[in-house]
Design a protein around this ligand. Structure first.
Ligand code: ACO
Length: 335
């Protein structure tokens, strides 16, 4: 068996900054409420005509990740693309990246695990590299939330939270013999699927039905979230899966150099930090600037932390996520 490591990483966010005050012009909300409940000050939204889409942003982030890995598109053996907001209903975004980056006819796998999507995607890449089947796997998380949110007061508990952006990493065979991805742990609990979901369009809520019924209140094509329920489960599962990963490697919380939690909500990150007794230096958050970018949030935060020199060779880096499904997971990395 081989081991795998992250050899390159990058992110891209649209230039268009949307502040809480901007949102309060569209719906009954305000900066104080949003900051107090979520920590978010602003987020990025794709602007009509700026050329961005989920796959275009994915390519921009991936191009940076490949450059840093000192690889060209032909070196990539597989794409694993996590998103809940693909450009098309089908096919998924992976094939669009394959085409736009001019890659060989390599496999392109789409992962649908929402906020846990990137952690699931890393785990898939890790398995393919560990077995020796592939040498370099491009792992992407990218989201265009602004194209599908309800920006009226009806949708305010959801729409103020989410932002657009993309992050990507290259998971490669670890030729150094040192460190790398030590473990991944993944979970799901489908009984809570309705607590954070978007019902249609789907085969259960297909387009003609949506048009025919045209429900004024129960609109199946906007996401719905039971915020307090999600919060309560998130704080339990985050801590559990971080400890599970550490224990599998005979490590302890005090060994963590950097925790990159999925940027769900600053209050959730702070709660986990407090529960695990981590210092401010051991946890990285950037939700204040970008909102919750779902599958993109971990690779964006990981890249920013790395660019700021907060992740160095030999550091123990922990990625952890929780989200719709519910699904959750952790990745333990010796950088
Ligand atoms: N602006 C102003 N008021 C609002 C807004 C808004 N954007 N959204 C909701 N409200 C109002 C509600 O209507 C409600 O009013 P009422 O008391 O008159 O009925 C009041 O604020 C309180 O609403 P709650 O939903 O109870 O607010 P809560 O304190 O739970 O905060 C929040 C909502 C921020 C969503 C919180 O539940 C939370 O953090 N949940 C975690 C879920 C989460 O972070 N999800 C992120 C995505 S999922 C993931 O990534 C894992």
């Amino acid at each position: 068996m081989y081991t795998s490591k992250i050899t390159g990483l990058g992110y891209y966010v649209p230039e268009n900054i949307v502040t809480n005050d901007d949102l309060s012009k569209l719906m009954d909300t305000n900066d104080a409420w949003i900051q107090e409940r979520t920590g978010i000050k602003e987020r990025r939204h794709i602007k009509k005509g700026d050329g961005n889409s989920t796959s275009v942003m994915a390519v921009k982030a991936s191009t940076i990740a490949l450059e840093r890995a000192k690889l060209v598109p032909n070196d990539i053996d597989m794409i694993v693309f996590a998103t809940l907001s693909p450009d098309m209903y089908f096919p998924g975004g992976g094939v669009e990246v394959q085409e736009m980056m001019g890659m060989r006819t390599i496999p392109a796998l789409d992962v649908r695990n929402q906020c846990s999507g990137f952690v699931y995607a890393i785990s898939v890449a890790d398995q393919f590299v560990k077995t020796g089947m592939y040498k370099n796997v491009l792992v992407i998380g990218s989201e265009n939330h602004s194209g599908g949110l309800d920006f009226t007061t009806r949708g305010r508990n959801v729409s103020v939270i989410f932002g657009d952006g993309a992050g990507a990493v290259v998971v490669s065979r670890n030729e150094t013999g040192k460190g790398g991805i030590l473990s991944t742990h993944l979970h799901s609990e489908g009984q809570h699927k309705n607590e954070l979901s978007l019902k249609g369009p789907s085969t259960e809520h297909w387009v003609p039905q949506i048009i025919a019924e045209n429900p004024q209140e129960d609109i199946p094509y906007y996401p719905v979230m039971n915020g307090q329920f999600v919060f309560k489960h998130a704080i339990v599962r985050f801590s559990e899966v971080i400890r599970e990963g550490l224990e599998a490697n005979n490590l302890e919380v005090k060994d963590i150099d950097m925790l990159i939690p999925h940027q769900a909500n600053l209050r959730i990150s702070q709660f986990i930090q407090h529960k695990l007794k981590l210092t401010d230096d051991q946890v990285f958050n950037n939700i204040q600037k970008y909102g919750n970018t779902t599958a993109a949030s971990i690779p964006i935060a990981l890249t920013e932390a790395w660019e700021e020199g907060k992740i160095k060779e030999g550091d123990l880096v922990v990625l952890a996520a929780f989200g719709s499904g519910f699904t959750w997971g952790s990745v333990i990395i010796r950088w």
